[in-house]
Ligand binder design. Structure first.
Ligand code: ADP
Ligand code: MG
Length: 475
């Protein structure tokens, strides 16, 4: 009975949230709504405290600064029980989502992981400080060096280009544009360039940041009418690296600013390095003039790895992890996990962590297979997103066209979310790739995955449907 009350309560706030979203959308406009508010979701509501999930720290800060007051005001009117709103970053970067599995354990609390310390929003208190990070560059990963980068056919060109920049006195080509699918070493190479330049010349001002961070910085500067200072920060940069620029797609004003920053740095003879998941000409939602500017230096892509490269990476990572990896096991992993190096590394880490927990236990083919059982099952049988869309649409009696449409009615939206969830679970496609199949962006997929994960724990009907669909797709 108590459980039912909690459920009802939860459903009620979910409905309220839906209404608040519609209102906010009208107030702030579709664009801002899609960028900042749509990705939010309710995690839980307990004793007056509303926990709302935000996908990244950057978004949390933004939402707290700009929207929390308004959200609280509207909500308070609807439901006086709400005392405070807690914006919680769910560790939802691609890596952690990549690890999702349907767990048979439904007893898991519905509270979503709150890895970084939750930030509590209290009405009336000043939230503008919001621990905003004023350092432009983000820290470099000490493991991402040239020494730790294994070179093979797939990446030798990109490696040579990166190395050339790192070792040159002048600017060999500008910009360097690196692109590849996810987990193939773009970020690693960028950090490696930065480390090497720093080593050769510690006075060089190197800035490495994600496109997302660039956008955040810029939008914040706009808000505080501080764009001059924003520009100034970049003016003193010797080497600017912007990772994952595909995420700038559709953000017109940021793109424009980026375009100017980019041009003036190039004119002043500063080195620029860019990465993306596609070639400049294929970048969606990026203005033509920026695309052509991005592609006017050297464009280098990293191809999917071959068997030898994967073996090389496994040996190198095993050495870093201080473990003995039998050849048989390395070959087994390199044969099975072909999608990307991040997945391969993740698998190795799991096996190593497992064996290190038990003293005296060595890595063998048997325990590797055992530890990776679930993961390998999905590799063995590659379900395609098309198949998933078809099956899910059939199951819910809608058409695949409807599933890909912009309709938001629950009868269509829920099956769409389930299909996105299953695509993440059963295929190796990245969030942006899945998004494209549904004509949505990656944050929508992220949101859908989280939503369904939540519903599986709370709603028997959804849990059963997902389970059934998964089984039928895994056959
Ligand atoms: P991307 O930025 O292309 O998504 P990353 O640079 O984050 O990929 O790489 C994912 C993981 O794979 C990192 O841990 C990185 O160290 C590792 N990795 C990728 N390529 C190589 C390589 N050639 N040698 C060693 N490690 C690699
Ligand atoms: Mg990367």
């Amino acid at each position: 009975m108590a459980g039912e009350a909690i459920q009802n309560n939860y459903d009620a706030v979910q409905d309220e949230w839906g209404e608040i979203c519609s209102q906010l959308k009208q107030e702030v406009g579709e664009k801002a709504f899609d960028s900042w508010l749509k990705p939010l979701s309710i995690s839980s509501f307990n004793s007056g405290v509303m926990n709302i999930c935000v996908p990244t720290r950057f978004m949390r800060n933004w939402v707290i600064t700009n929207y929390s007051d308004r959200i609280h005001k509207i909500w308070e009117k609807k439901n006086p029980n709400i005392k405070s709103i807690n914006f919680v970053v769910q560790a939802a970067d691609m890596e952690s989502i990549g690890g999702i599995r349907i767990s048979g354990d439904r007893s898991l609390s519905k509270q979503i992981s709150t890895s970084p310390a939750p930030q509590i929003y209290q009405p009336g208190a000043s939230n503008t400080g919001a621990s905003l990070n004023d350092v432009i560059s983000v820290p470099l990963n000490p493991q991402y060096t040239f020494e730790n980068f294994v070179v093979g056919k797939a990446n030798e060109f990109a490696y040579a280009a990166a190395r050339k920049i790192a070792e040159s006195e002048d600017i060999p080509f500008n910009p360097l544009f690196l692109y590849s699918g996810v987990g193939l070493g773009k970020t690693h190479l960028m950090h490696a360039i930065a480390w090497r330049i720093k080593q050769r010349n510690p006075n060089k001002n190197i800035v490495y940041l994600s496109a997302e961070k660039f956008m955040y910085k810029f939008v914040r500067a706009l808000r505080y009418k501080d764009t001059a200072a924003f520009k100034e920060q970049f003016r003193s940069v010797d080497v600017l690296m912007v990772d994952d620029v595909q995420f700038m797609g559709g953000k017109d004003s940021t793109q424009e600013e980026f375009f100017y920053t980019f041009n003036s740095l190039i004119e002043e003879g500063r080195q620029i390095i860019i990465s993306a998941d596609k070639s400049p000409s294929d970048l969606e939602g990026i203005e033509q003039r920026l695309r052509s500017r991005l592609g006017c230096g050297l464009v280098a892509d990293i191809h999917p790895s071959d068997f030898d490269l994967r073996i090389g990476v496994l040996q190198s990572k095993a050495k870093q992890l201080n473990c003995v990896l039998p050849t048989k096991v390395a070959e087994f992993l390199a044969q099975k996990i072909t999608s990307n190096i991040r997945e391969l590394e993740g698998a190795l880490r799991r096996v190593v962590a497992h064996t290190q927990l038990l003293p005296g236990k060595e890595i063998t083919l048997e325990n590797t297979q055992e530890v990776l059982k679930d993961m390998l099952r999905s590799y063995d049988r590659r379900t395609t997103i098309d198949e998933i869309q078809k099956k899910v649409a059939e199951y819910f009696n809608i058409s695949v066209k409807e599933m890909q449409s912009s309709r938001r009615a629950r009868t269509v939206a829920r099956p769409r979310q389930i299909a996105m969830y299953l695509a993440k679970l059963l295929t190796l496609r990245s969030l942006p790739e899945i998004g494209r199949k549904f004509d949505r962006d990656h944050t929508t997929v992220m949101h859908a995955v989280r939503k369904i994960e939540e519903l599986i724990k709370e709603d028997q009907g959804v849990a059963e449907s997902v389970d059934l669909l998964r089984r039928s797709l895994e056959i």
